[in-house]
Design a protein around this ligand. Structure first.
Ligand code: ADP
Length: 491
């Protein structure tokens, strides 16, 4: 075993290809080996091959091979040493073989030509070898620099080549995945195999890096859960993208993996708190509403108009509070999957008309126009669809203070009922249009700050529509108005 290793080391030392990138050049090896070869050549010339022509060809062939080898093994210096010893050997041949007259001058001119060829070979091959070494060393330095940066990152980094073999990872990724990442192994054997996404065990072919290598489409913010042996869970967020060279050829894929367990725990605690608080608020609010009704009845008898007005205001404010608490409860029901639907067959056109009539009472500055006469029946939760319509219409009123018209339409298309609520208000910038459907998201600019709200309405509406197998989206232009559209299956 030891012997094998020893042999392997000798082989590596002698193999110029294996030494590429190692900037250590020997002087001793070309000197000793070249001398040794010429010693053997002398022996061969005097004792074995008696034909001077064969000996001459043999010696030139061996010399050229040695010079090429040592230029590649030891750079320019190695080549020059081998060339110099060769030329000295040729001189020694001419001297010991007693060349005279024409033979001497032919010998000298051949030696000069060969010397030029050999030194040129040594210079060119040696220079190439040294340049390649320099490039390899630079690349190595670059890799080390990159590795040092990657190691400092607070997120896990994993990079593969185009075949999905791991080329780089950092300490954080080993910490997150609790496994050693070894270079050269397939990414399929490593990452996120033990994890779940959307409750389903991740198939090796669905691992983020495997996916981006296959589809070349980036993965943004995809979440995974890993069950640990101690019963705890780790939540991960993964971003991954494919890397191509300037010709568009796939060369690698990289992923950034963040441990978002703490963030998730905080969110769960916050949701629990909102859920608890809204439940606790609901009971006293219901009692308050009953007492206000009682008091209103009593005061109405006394015909004290001022008190009646004050009580009306209290009632309105209490109703607003109730709506808010109901929204909070809906949000937490949606979070926990506890929002239930009681579906029935009803006329959507009638519900729209009813909702508009109710709202038109309070929205005195706007005219809500609805002109569909077609009976459109759907099977859905009537109260929840009413909630969606109310939310879209109150938003249309709230965000179009300077306009006075809101247009509602109902159409049927490809087995779907499509409702549009169009206002001519402040509109929504393109980059905000997706985000407004997120939980607790409100557009923040100086114009919007004046509008009250918590950013729950659209989130709830979208979820309700989604759970009826429909879609809710917006078409809008800043300062020109918005159209919120939702579709629901007719059957
Ligand atoms: P809220 O209205 O309570 O803030 P929503 O979830 O209903 O919450 O709306 C989220 C955000 O979307 C709002 O804060 C507002 O910035 C924007 N938005 C909603 N409807 C409209 C609309 N019709 N016109 C302009 N902006 C709107």
């Amino acid at each position: 075993m030891v012997e094998y290793k020893y042999m392997k080391n000798i082989f590596t030392y002698l193999n110029p290809i294996k030494r590429l990138g190692i900037k250590k050049y020997s002087i001793l090896l070309p000197t000793l080996v070249t001398f040794f070869f010429y010693f053997i050549s002398e022996f061969y010339a005097y004792n074995i091959a008696k034909n001077p022509l064969i000996v001459g060809v043999y010696i030139i062939f061996v010399s050229a091979s040695l010079i090429i080898y040592f230029s590649f093994h030891d750079g320019i210096l190695g080549g020059i040493i081998a060339s110099t010893i060769t030329i000295l050997y040729y001189a020694e041949i001419m001297y010991t073989r007693h060349y005279r007259g024409a033979q001497l001058s032919a010998g000298i001119s051949t030696t000069i030509v060969l010397a030029i060829v050999f030194y040129c070979l040594a210079a060119v091959i040696g220079w190439l070898k040294q340049t390649i070494d320099g490039l390899i060393v630079n690349e190595g330095d670059e890799k080390r620099r990159l590795q040092a940066i990657v190691d400092q990152l607070p997120v896990g980094v994993l990079i593969t080549d185009a075949q999905g073999k791991i080329t780089q990872g950092n300490k954080k990724i080993e910490e997150i995945l609790q496994t050693k990442i070894s270079q050269g192994t397939s990414v399929k054997d490593n990452l996120i195999m033990q994890s779940r996404h959307d409750g389903k065990i991740v198939n090796p072919s669905e691992a983020p890096l495997v996916q981006v290598l296959r589809t070349r489409k980036p993965i943004v913010g995809k979440e995974y859960v890993i069950d640990r042996v101690n019963g705890k869970q780790t939540h991960l967020q993964v971003n991954a993208s494919a890397i191509s060279n300037k010709d568009g050829k796939l060369i690698a894929a990289a992923s950034i993996i963040s441990d978002i367990t703490q963030q998730k725990e905080m969110e769960t605690r916050k949701d629990d708190f909102v859920n608890m608080a809204s439940h606790e608020l609901k009971t006293p609010l219901t009692s308050m509403k009953i007492y206000i009704d009682l008091l209103t009845k009593r005061i109405k008898q006394s015909q004290d108009n001022k008190s009646i007005k004050i009580l009306k205001n209290i009632e309105n404010q209490t109703e607003k509070l109730q709506e808010l608490v109901n929204d909070l409860l809906d949000v937490s029901r949606l979070q926990t999957g506890k929002l239930m639907f009681t579906k029935e067959q009803f006329r959507l056109d009638a519900l729209i008309r009813e909702t508009i009539e109710g709202l038109q009472e309070v929205a005195k500055n706007h005219k809500i126009v609805f002109s569909s006469n077609k009976a459109t029946s759907i099977y859905a939760d009537r109260f929840r669809i009413y909630q969606v319509l109310t939310n879209l219409l109150t938003n249309a009123i709230k965000y179009s203070k300077n306009a006075d018209e809101i247009i509602v339409s109902l159409q049927r298309s490809r087995g779907k009922a499509i409702v549009r609520v169009q206002d001519f208000g402040i509109g929504i910038a393109k980059d905000q249009q997706k985000k407004i459907f997120d939980r607790l998201y409100q557009v923040t600019d100086h114009q919007e700050k004046t509008f009250p709200g918590l950013g729950m309405g659209l989130y709830i509406s979208k979820e309700i529509v989604k759970r009826h197998k429909g879609c809710l989206w917006v078409e809008s232009e800043k300062n020109k108005g918005s159209t919120f559209i939702f579709s629901l299956p007719l059957k």
